[in-house]
Write a protein that binds this ligand. Structure first.
Ligand code: ATP
Ligand code: MG
Length: 409
């Protein structure tokens, strides 16, 4: 049995074509016009774009040029195949045997020397797909997908709700619970203060990644600063608030995609404003932890957020709610908010002004210094639930939390 085309009626293979010469994709499309088995569903003109599109589109087959301007095509292929099994056919103008053997060595299923005819293209694709047997866990299999779902956006549409405090403590709790690599990204580009919460004094910031353009291990290593009191890394917000405007959607997406490749979890302290950068974080996130407090203005904003999410195309199913600063004397109870929003809270974080303010002032997160405090326990529980949500296949979650369902439809 060969590769079964995914996301189709079982008879069409979805193709992604990657070449820095845009004409190649047009040419491939033309060459494939006379047949129905292969359909070009996406194109990319750089290695970085290829990584993005491969994840977004999950094509059945990727036609990938070896000589890309920003990255080595073979490395791009390796990175994609490390994440999930994909049928990759390399292309090159060079017919040298060492290129061919390198392509085969990394697991490519075919090699096309340019220029090629329609017959040659289809024959190579046929051979590549015919003898490609996906490993027992298939491309769409939950375990593979689970490994990829790891961007956690901590977000409140109202400022001051506790986004930074929760994001910092949650990042550490996830690291402690999973022993995986975790980076905390301060994407509150104008007013980021997560480095203050963690007492990290650095001039290296997310702005360095924006300016660098091409991102690699070296620049990530020099900008992500290790937190002394825990095992997480921090990418701090820009030093100059005005540089926030220079973060386009593409810049922000490229940074997140790169970080996702380097870390097991990317926890993002997301700014409240609906800027291009914030919306990109929310779009890219695998789970959005939307925070509300028990103040009516905060509840109102989070209710509106669902409508905004709808308008900008952010899936409701990935939004989970947190109730922060839970305190019985505030006149509104969490379960009343749940009824109003028709959603259960994934976690309720108690009000503990003394501990939160003292730990902020000391620069030591309470999850490190007061592990047994009720607020720390609630964050540890939250970390477990986040992990659970991210590793449960879509549709396979239990109904005991977040089970109102109205926004899931
Ligand atoms: N559970 C809590 N109990 C008591 N105080 C809290 C709690 N969570 C947050 N706070 C307090 O709320 C204030 C705002 O917290 P934080 O800076 O994390 O909010 P934010 O949403 O990141 O704000 P901004 O919009 O400015 O980025 C701080 O003074 C913090 O000490
Ligand atoms: Mg903040």
């Amino acid at each position: 049995m060969g590769l079964q085309p995914e996301g189709s009626r079982g008879d069409v293979f979805r193709l992604l074509v990657v070449d820095d010469i845009p004409e190649t994709a047009a040419n491939v499309q033309k060459l494939l016009q006379i047949q129905r088995k292969y359909r070009v569903v996406g194109t990319a003109t750089s290695g970085r774009e290829a990584l993005q599109k491969a994840e977004q589109l999950r094509p059945d087959v990727i036609l990938l040029d070896i000589n890309l301007q920003d990255m080595d095509g073979l490395q791009v292929a390796e990175r994609i195949m490390r994440q999930w099994p994909t049928c990759i056919v390399m292309m090159s103008v060079q017919a040298e045997p060492e290129y061919f053997s390198q392509a085969m060595a990394i697991g490519a299923r075919g090699y096309l020397v340019k220029p090629f005819t329609s017959e040659r293209l289809v024959r190579t694709l046929d051979m590549a797909t015919d003898n490609f047997l996906p490993p027992p866990v298939t491309v769409a299999g939950p375990a593979v997908r689970a490994g990829l779902r790891k961007i956690v956006a901590v977000y409140s549409p109202k400022g001051g709700a506790g986004t930074s405090v929760l994001a910092a403590n949650l990042a550490i709790a996830i690291q402690q619970a999973t022993q995986k690599s975790v980076v905390l990204v301060d994407a509150n580009l104008q007013n980021g203060d997560t480095h203050v919460l963690l007492n990290i004094n650095t001039n290296a910031s997310i702005d360095d990644l924006r300016e660098a353009g091409a991102l690699d291990q070296e620049i990530i290593n020099s900008t992500v600063i290790r937190h002394a009191d825990s095992e997480i890394g921090l990418l701090r917000a820009p030093l100059a608030p005005e540089s926030a405007e220079m973060f386009t959607s593409d810049t922000m997406r490229a940074i997140l995609v790169e970080l996702r490749d380097h870390f097991d979890y990317v926890v993002v302290d997301t700014g409240s404003s609906f800027s291009e950068a914030t919306l990109t974080v929310l779009e890219e996130a695998d789970i959005i932890l939307g925070i509300t407090t028990l103040e009516v203005t905060s509840i109102h904003r989070i209710a509106n957020f669902f409508q905004i999410a709808e308008r900008v195309g952010i899936e409701h199913s990935k939004i989970r709610l947190l109730c922060n600063r839970v305190e019985q004397y505030y006149g509104i109870k969490p379960n009343q908010v749940e009824s109003q929003l028709r959603r259960r809270f994934l976690a309720q974080i108690p009000e503990d002004e003394r501990l939160v303010v003292a730990s902020t002032n000391r620069g030591v997160p309470f999850i490190v210094s007061q592990r047994g405090a009720p607020i720390s326990r609630s964050i540890q529980e939250l970390a477990k639930r986040v992990h659970e949500v991210l590793t449960t296949p879509p549709g396979g979650e239990s109904q005991k939390r977040g089970g109102w369902g109205l926004f899931n439809s």
